[in-house]
Ligand binder design. Structure first.
Ligand code: FES
Length: 159
């Protein structure tokens, strides 16, 4: 990343890539990561902070292993966004903007994710899910919990 920044005509054009790289390393954009990233690109921490808080996919606070971005675009609103959010909140026992105590899930709102034909929709990682129903949401959550358990079991075996 540092090489790319050195070679870039305008280093700040790599700001999103830098934030994502830092986030992947630290889990979220810590104050130190933001300061270091800004220094690398010749930006002020405030300039990078403004970008970080503009994008829905950069996090200034710790988030769960799976961040559930629930689309709150107008088409999803018309097709059941409210019931999707309510179901997720009840199933996970947290509100929008919160993370489950086990650190697995965070629910966040996001603008249209481009899957209006699958509305109401949500994005987890790079994968879109929809049209969502309570059953489909339960199925997705179950699958992700199983994935996390398998990953944890694999890590325990390697120790
Ligand atoms: S409005 Fe939700 S995917 Fe477009």
């Amino acid at each position: 990343m540092e090489k790319r920044i050195r070679e870039a005509e305008h280093p700040r054009e790599l700001a999103v890539d830098v934030m994502v790289a830092l986030q992947n390393h630290y889990g979220y954009l810590t104050d130190d990561a933001l300061r270091d990233g800004a220094a690398l690109m010749g930006m002020t921490p405030l300039e990078l902070e403004e970008l970080a808080t503009f994008y829905d996919f950069t996090y200034r606070e710790p988030v769960g292993k799976y961040v559930i971005h629930v689309c709150d675009g107008v088409v999803c609103w018309m097709n059941g966004h409210k019931s999707v959010v309510e179901h997720l909140c009840v199933r996970l026992g947290v509100g929008v903007g919160e993370t489950t105590p086990d650190g697995l899930f965070t629910i966040l709102p996001t603008a249209c994710i481009g899957y209006c034909d699958l509305s109401p929709a949500m994005l987890i990682g790079r994968r879109a899910y929809g049209p969502l129903s309570p059953e489909k949401i339960d199925e997705v959550l179950k699958r992700l919990k199983e994935q996390a358990e398998q990953a944890n079991a694999g890590q325990r075996e390697m120790r």
